[in-house]
Design a binder for this molecule. Structure first.
Ligand code: RBV
Length: 433
């Protein structure tokens, strides 16, 4: 240990649970199920096991610790890394999976569900205490904590990987300030991640989580989707596919137009507030649904957030407005206003597809893709990390293609390749009419 690393007292999950053996067995069962549907990680995992590319590396991770993430963690550990992992959201950890991970001799898991702010950051510090040479973040909390509190560790860090839109956004802001001192791959921005995970993953898992939490139907509902980025597009499309009437709110004119041309109603939130039955935020910004909107909403509406942080719905303002608050169902908090209207907040306004009690995160297949790219990026950092300057980096396209090809092969899908004349034509500018 260098002097600068935090000396954490925060215990791994194995020291926090009562019935640790039962938890490990159940966590392992969940992981085995996920692994059966993750051919990409299986493929890269076989290579890693044979080549041990991560020998001597210490990987610090802050991610949603559930079964699919656990397969990524294990894949990196089986490739020779020492891995320390914690959650990236206070409600998304599956304790049994965390316990199963913690049994691996190369893995220490600090992730635990329902931690308070202090415990959340204590667990992040505990991961940093392992002095990672590589960081893997979902939301940039590790990068932020290292730069703010343990900058002395930066010299020995080869680089990092970032999973999500919000994290990449924060990293770019940090880089623009000249404050980002090691290279980080924007895993989120690759085609293999965002065209699938953000669109289909967020769409399917958010709607499934809300349906399971409430036992209510989408058919015939007015569903307001705030933000028409990749996540919003997925949510809107899947909601329309379940026979909902979709209303989109946007601040970017071309996205608003795109949603309009897609056939959705587009209007300001102040108007949507009056007609919506379900509100789902996907903007990555704050204060998207605020007091003036709550004041106009109908009795019984559902409010949920699918953006990374819990700041899109202003719950403080809602609490101020409420005369009463009670748990209407597991994962549903009813805020009852003076006039008797009840506004129902799902999963405390946190990432609804991961934080509701029944939530399982994105479907396995899309996480296999996202985590396949993560694994390839970690390998790239170990092999060629010196070539990357501090800052945010696009993932090399050939890595993303490699992951796509592994997936197509696993699914038995064949595709064409360019002929010599086609390749030549695409590379030339002389051919006109
Ligand atoms: N996400 N992870 C899961 N492990 O079940 N589900 C979604 C899981 C990731 C997804 O890649 C997204 O970018 C991020 O969570 C938001 O925090």
């Amino acid at each position: 240990m260098t002097e600068s690393a935090p000396e954490s007292e925060y215990p791994p999950i194995s020291e926090q649970l009562d019935d640790i053996d039962a938890a490990r067995t159940e966590g392992r069962r969940k992981m085995d199920w996920a692994a059966q549907h993750m051919p990409i990680l299986e493929h890269v995992g076989e290579e890693f096991e044979a080549d041990q590319p991560f020998e001597g590396e210490r990987i610090g991770m802050a991610m949603h610790v559930e079964a699919k993430t656990a397969i990524l963690v294990e894949t990196l550990a089986d490739g020779g890394a020492e891995v320390a992992v914690t959650g990236c959201n206070p409600l998304s950890t599956h304790d049994d999976v965390s316990a199963a991970l913690d049994t691996h001799e190369n893995i220490t898991s600090y992730a635990k569900r329902e931690v308070d702010d202090e415990e959340y950051y204590a667990a992040i510090e505990a991961v940093i205490g392992h002095e990672p040479t590589i960081t893997v973040d979902d939301g940039m909390d590790l990068v932020a904590a290292i730069h703010e509190d343990y900058p002395e560790l930066i010299d020995s860090i080869v680089g990092g990987c970032e999973e999500t839109t919000t994290g990449v956004h924060r990293l770019r802001a940090m880089a623009e300030d000249g404050a980002l001192e090691y290279p980080v791959f924007a895993v989120n921005d690759t085609p293999m991640k965002r065209l699938f995970d953000n669109v289909h993953g967020t769409g399917e898992s958010s709607l499934a989580s809300i349906a399971m939490t409430t036992n209510l139907s989408w058919a015939g509902k007015d569903v307001v989707v705030a933000g028409y980025g990749y996540c919003g597009k997925g949510v809107a499309k899947k909601a329309a596919g379940q026979n909902a009437n979709v209303i989109v709110t946007e601040v970017e004119p071309r996205r608003a137009l795109e949603a309009h041309m897609e056939g959705y109603d587009v209007m300001p939130m102040a108007e949507a507030a009056e007609v919506g039955d379900v509100f789902l935020t996907t903007t990555g910004n704050r204060d998207v649904i605020v007091r003036e909107h709550f004041e106009r909403m109908n009795d019984g509406v559902l409010l949920a957030n699918a953006g990374h942080f819990d700041i899109e719905i202003d719950l403080e303002a809602l609490d101020d407005l409420a005369a009463d608050r009670y748990e209407a169902r597991d994962g549903v908090e009813a805020y009852e206003l003076d006039d008797g209207r009840r506004l129902n907040v799902i999963a405390e306004g946190r990432l609804v597809n991961l934080a509701a009690p029944v939530s399982l995160g994105h479907p396995v297949e899309v996480m296999d893709q996202s985590f396949g790219v993560q694994a390839a990026c970690v390998r790239e950092l170990v092999e060629n990390g010196d070539e990357y300057e501090p800052g945010v980096h696009d993932v090399p396209d050939d890595l993303d293609r490699e992951i796509a090809e592994i997936k197509l092969t696993a699914d038995g899908v064949e595709f064409d390749s360019l002929s010599e004349t086609q390749r030549e034509y695409m590379g030339s500018w002389q051919h006109g009419t």
